[in-house]
Design a protein around this ligand. Sequence first.
Ligand SMILES: *Cc1c(COP(=O)(O)O)cnc(C)c1O
Length: 426
Amino acid sequence: MSAPYEATLAWAQAQDAADPLRGFRDEFLIPPHEGRDSHYFCGNSLGLQPRAVRAALQAELDDWAALAVEGHFKGRLPWMDYHEFVRDDLATVVGAQPSEVVAMNTLGVNLHLMMVSFYRPTPERHAILIEAGSFPTDRYAVESQVRFHGYDPATSLIELQGDEANGTISMEAIERVLAEHGSRIALVMLPGIQYRTGQAFDLAAITRLAQRHGCMVGFDLAHAVGNLPLRLHDIGADFAIWCSYKYLNSGPGAVGGAFVHERHARTTLPRFAGWWGHDKTTRFQMGPEFVPTYGADGWQLSNPPILALAPLRVSLEIFVRAGMSNLREKSLRLTGYLEWLVQTQLNDVLEVVTPSDPARRGSQLSLRVQGGRARGRALFEYLMGHGIVGDWREPDVIRISPTPLYNRFADCVAFVEAVRAWHRGG
Ligand SMILES: *Cc1c(COP(=O)(O)O)cnc(C)c1O
């Protein structure tokens, strides 16, 4: 029986040539390194620019120049309804109904807006459950919400510790913490994929469990959106939030997104309101009373930033054309290949932190450099200097994320060759 993978460049190039998604790479601008394409593994941090973005932005600039205020109604894509031009594709990418999603603000803002509605602490039930070592914004946001409501994070913020070898979290650990503290937890707020370890969580199981304990459940999908196929509606989470500049390739500081489940579409829960969340049919009567629009749109505050939505619209269209299940299929093979290469060629240098079960990860592998921080930094800088772009997480982890839209099997081989060259030389 032959191995499923081979370590040679020729084998990798044959995979790339046979890849049904190979054409998508040409739709992106690959940053050059010394006159050639770099090997870009940093889509987990900032996705690459789709070529079509420039023309889409230019079109909005032209409409602004030619039409000014009339662009709201007479633009090729009228600005008045612009956020609706991304809605259906966004819903497809996250597995939601169109009325359940909205592109607005940024992740941190949306997290706060969602918690205003869905974190309603009472003296009996006031805690928020997050994972230990969460992304700083998430930690700061939940802690500040707890304080805002007059509670003490020492008792109202529960941080789930990793219980597995590499600091990842088992489903049993989540079950245990809910069995012990579920009755005082108001909100379970976990990531789709943990940014540091690359662990993907079972969102359906977590939602079922949290709801059985009477908790609201929200997910931070910063590293999951555009990376894993999602089924937010069927899973039944109360809300989710994400940013669009990572796997969604929508540009630095891109407009984020939010999901609010249909069962809250007409909620009477409090929210922070703005004119763009007001019922569209009467918005321009400019009345004093806020009447929320049905669904996720009802959480909008402001009229949307058209120049920031244009790249998102272009990018989502690519995802829909490629298909999330096709992308996932390639991603499983691509990351599986990288993992196999690391384990068979680089096990004297790198150790995979991310779970080895493909169901428990997306495209990212977090790789711990053996020998400590200084050695890790030296390898990272060597790679960056040789056109292999990943990112660094203290104290000793390099994150490498081959993405199925623009990475090739040959990129994985280039990574391995660079690490080996460094190891020989250093
Ligand atoms: C990237 C990321 C953020 C960033 O938040 P912004 O509001 O977009 O700056 C927050 N949380 C997580 C988990 C992230 O991965």
